[in-house]
Write a protein that binds this ligand. Structure first.
Ligand code: GDP
Length: 450
């Protein structure tokens, strides 16, 4: 489907970033250059690409890394947010007139964009929502278009109004409103005539319809396969007749998808739906956030980011930071930190806090092999078992751990005493390291050191 190639390119760029762990400004700039290239290749408007990359750069360079994410993930987070923003941030619903008043929607677009098909698709959607649609055949130039609307209307089980080819489209529109009133239709969708290219006659006709009947929503249908042309068409239509929203068709095809990314920025009008196939059920509501994650092809990383945002409790982190400053960090805090890391689905970060554990930020992300990551997971589990074998007093006061207590802990956790000693040594080293790192530091909040 659309965006496949963009997705693949972006994934490679991000893979590169992640393998780097810490990013320099040069790394970010290089990645942005590649992102720019990938977006241009996807047929996104040049000016939009420039603005987009600039925004990402401003946010990505020199900003603090959010607790729980490594810098590579932070760049993904920013790109994702900017993509969502580019496509309109929020889902826009078609607005209906209140109560039983009739809502009139005028469909516009070039010939072949998918207008007639989309009209019938929309009717099906709104019928399911309890509306009683009336489809109106205003394309008087192509008898086949009238027939197509009738056939599709029948398939959807909705009424179709037609006066043949020998009337003016605006007269047909006017008559259809009268018909709707009598027939109890509360939604009228006008299927207008397209042309192969933008021309004055077509625009005049649409303006005339708008003059004659009160159109509540003008929806433009554009074909994703035509790339930047589709976006130019959208701009023309918006400038000349004013549109309220756009439906992008044929996103199921082998398109580069740039139209879907550019149209909001160029016209200021949102995408309402996207056509995902020829079947009458192939129309999807447009969710900018879902589309962005589809484009990034990074559902897993994005949900990790969401979790990090939701679950890292800044207050707790701050409290922990304070404890570290005073070197009162104990095994309970250590367990708490472990739990937070587990919530994030990774433990490389906490391993990284422990000198000698050999971990890197989020294990695999920093290039640990699967075996190494497995090993780290096992170490972590054993460490947890050892802490759980301590009494509450021991956890709060690690200094009381004498040889007999350590023996008891080792037995409880099913490990050798040497492991308890090693963990305790690492724990003390970490405490010392934390104390020196945070001593005199003016950092307002604790940040995990990765
Ligand atoms: P109109 O001239 O704008 O009314 O366009 P039509 O509704 O006749 O559609 C033109 C062609 O595009 C038809 O063959 C449709 O089946 C096809 N089409 C419309 N929407 C989609 C879509 O979302 N995906 C695909 N693959 N084909 C579509």
């Amino acid at each position: 489907m659309a965006f496949d190639s963009l997705t693949e390119k972006l994934q490679n760029i991000f893979k590169n970033l992640k393998s780097k762990g810490r990013l320099t400004e040069a790394d970010v700039k290089e990645a942005l250059k590649e992102i720019k290239r990938a977006l241009l290749a996807a047929d996104v408007n040049f000016k939009i690409v420039k603005d987009f990359v600039k925004k990402v750069e401003e946010r990505a360079i020199g900003q603090d890394v959010m607790t729980g994410l490594n810098p590579g993930q932070m760049v993904i987070k920013i790109v994702n947010e900017e993509l969502v923003d580019l496509m309109g941030a929020e889902t826009t619903e078609i607005k209906f007139e209140p109560g039983s008043a009739i809502t009139v929607i005028m469909m516009a677009g070039l010939q072949g964009a998918g207008k007639t098909t989309t009209t019938a698709k929309l009717a099906g959607k709104f019928k399911l929502k309890g509306k009683k649609p009336l489809l109106v055949a205003c394309d008087v130039y192509r008898p086949a278009a009238i027939k197509q609307l009738q056939v599709n209307g029948e398939k959807q089980g909705v009424d179709v109004f037609s006066m043949g080819e020998n009337h003016k489209p605006w007269d047909i529109a006017k008559a259809s409103i009268e018909y709707a009133k009598k027939n109890g239709n509360n939604l009228v969708i006008l299927d207008t005539a397209g042309r192969l290219h933008i021309d004055e006659d077509m625009m005049d006709e649409l303006i005339k319809i708008k003059d004659e009947v009160s159109v509540h929503q003008t929806i433009l249908v554009i074909d994703a396969m035509t790339g930047q042309d589709a976006v130019n068409v959208a701009k023309e239509f918006n400038d000349k007749i004013g549109i309220d929203g756009v439906i992008v068709t044929k996103l199921d095809g082998d398109t580069r998808g740039g139209a879907a990314l550019s149209v909001k920025a160029v016209t200021g009008k949102p995408i309402l739906y996207v056509g995902m196939g020829e079947k009458l059920s192939d129309l999807e509501q447009f969710y900018p956030d879902r589309m962005a994650s589809r484009i990034l092809g990074m559902g897993d990383v994005l949900s990790l980011i969401e979790k990090a945002e939701a679950q890292i409790d800044e207050d707790k982190a701050r409290e922990m930071g304070e404890k570290m400053k005073k070197a009162s960090f104990d095994y309970n805090d250590f367990l708490e930190a472990t739990k937070q890391m587990k919530n994030l689905g990774g433990l490389g970060s906490i391993m990284n806090m422990l000198p000698g554990m050999g971990g890197g930020a989020l294990g695999k992300m920093k290039g640990l092999s699967d075996d190494q990551t497995d090993e780290a997971e096992k170490n972590m589990a054993r460490m947890e078992a050892m802490i759980y074998s301590m009494t509450p007093h021991e956890r709060e006061n690690p200094d009381v751990l004498n040889p007999s207590r350590k023996h008891r802990i080792a037995r409880g956790a099913g490990v050798d005493i040497s492991e308890v000693n090693r963990m305790n040594k690492q724990f003390n080293e970490m405490k010392k390291m934390m104390k020196s790192v945070t001593k005199g530091g003016k950092r307002g909040k604790f940040k995990l050191p990765f």
